[in-house]
Design a protein around this ligand. Structure first.
Ligand SMILES: *Cc1c(COP(=O)(O)O)cnc(C)c1O
Length: 354
């Protein structure tokens, strides 16, 4: 792939690591590439970061043809930079593309675009503990007409954002509301694709939870509102009576890379883990019986997010005295150790950039 690089005339001043937050600052450059059926993927370019101009009839704006990925570049103790399982993101993005009829983006190109852009922006990978450079690849339908049909012209892009320590105040468990009205996804829909539309559909329940003082919702399945699916925009895992259980991937759940890594890690440590259906009644019974020991969300942004309180049908349950559980803490320490290059990566999950 021939990537044409146009450098920014002036570079931005980098914010202090302490003010980064999530997705507020962007680096000096971005990657763009276009697709048309006759030319395939073409015109790979890195240009100064800034607004992109779109035709007012652009497909993504009207019919929601948009998919994305999220991963991070981590600063190692030796000053180098590494990624965590980036090929998993490349593959998942192609599965999302298949579902939304967007063109696939070859894995080698995914990796080369990442390497080139991150190497150019390497000074933007922050150094403070638990900070990183968030990478957002995305692809959208960019046809310039209102016809409803599968996308002809697509645009692929990567933007980079330095992000702060997710747990500035420590790993504090969050309050979660079990959502029994809206659903996030149904089998046969787009739940297992990482697409913007799923997020748009989730906003209302998220907003209602926030109004009630809860930080996220726990989603139930879209058919019977009976089985647990995900928590907010994270996968969810429970420690029930010494066994880690997580909803099986059956078409409506996003196959998280953090989820997959946690399952592999638990198996390697001989901790029992089950991927299966979990009904909200089973969860309520485990809660009543004191058998629900720990619960946590998993995702790239937070790694793990302990659940301290669960609201179900106006009844509030407190888990593990509202404190982070031992296993949750262990998983957080192990994964972050590998991601930031502080612990041995015996799984071969990390990829050095420089
Ligand atoms: C991205 C995402 C996740 C987490 O996936 P990771 O690969 O672990 O970051 C979980 N659920 C939803 C809905 C997501 O969009």
């Amino acid at each position: 792939m021939d990537i044409k690089i146009t450098k920014a005339a002036t570079l931005k001043e980098k914010p202090d690591d302490s003010v980064l937050g999530f997705g507020k600052y962007f680096t000096d450059h971005m990657f763009l590439m276009d697709y048309t059926p006759d030319k395939g993927w073409h015109d790979a370019r890195i240009i100064p970061f800034g607004p992109i101009s779109l035709h007012p009839a652009c497909t993504a704006l009207h019919y929601g043809s948009e998919i994305f990925e999220g991963l991070k570049a981590y600063r190692r103790p030796d000053g180098g930079i590494q990624l965590f399982r980036p090929l998993e993101n490349a593959r998942r993005m192609n599965n999302s593309a298949d579902r939304l009829c967007l063109p696939r983006f070859p894995e080698e190109m995914f990796m080369e675009a990442l390497r080139t852009l991150i190497t150019l922006e390497k000074d933007w990978v922050p150094h403070s503990p638990n900070t990183s450079l968030y990478i957002r690849p995305f692809c959208f339908g960019n046809d310039e007409n209102l016809g409803v049909h599968s996308v002809q012209h697509a645009t692929y892009a990567i933007i980079l954002s330095p992000v702060g320590n997710y747990y500035k105040e420590g790993l504090n468990p969050v309050k979660i509301m079990i959502e029994d009205q809206d659903v996030r996804a149904v089998r046969g829909g787009t739940g297992e694709a990482k697409c913007g539309g799923n997020y748009a559909a989730s906003n209302r329940a998220g907003q209602r939870a926030e109004e009630k003082g809860y930080s996220q919702v726990l989603w139930l399945d879209g058919v019977e509102l009976k089985y647990i699916e995900e928590v907010g925009s994270m996968n969810v895992l429970f420690l029930i009576d010494g066994v880690v259980v997580t909803p099986a991937l059956r078409g409506s759940i996003l196959p998280g890379i953090t989820r997959k890594s946690i399952i592999e890690l638990l198996k390697s440590e001989g901790i029992p883990v089950e991927e299966r259906k979990i009904s909200v009644d089973e969860l309520a019974e485990a809660l009543e019986a004191g058998k629900l020991q720990e619960a946590f969300g998993s995702g790239t942004a937070a790694v793990v997010s302990p659940i301290g309180t669960l609201l179900y049908k106006d009844k509030e349950y407190v888990l593990n005295d509202g404190k982070i559980g031992k296993l949750t803490q262990h998983l957080y320490d192990t994964l972050t150790g590998i991601q930031w290059g502080k612990a041995e990566d015996k799984f071969g999950w990390t990829v050095r950039i420089c």
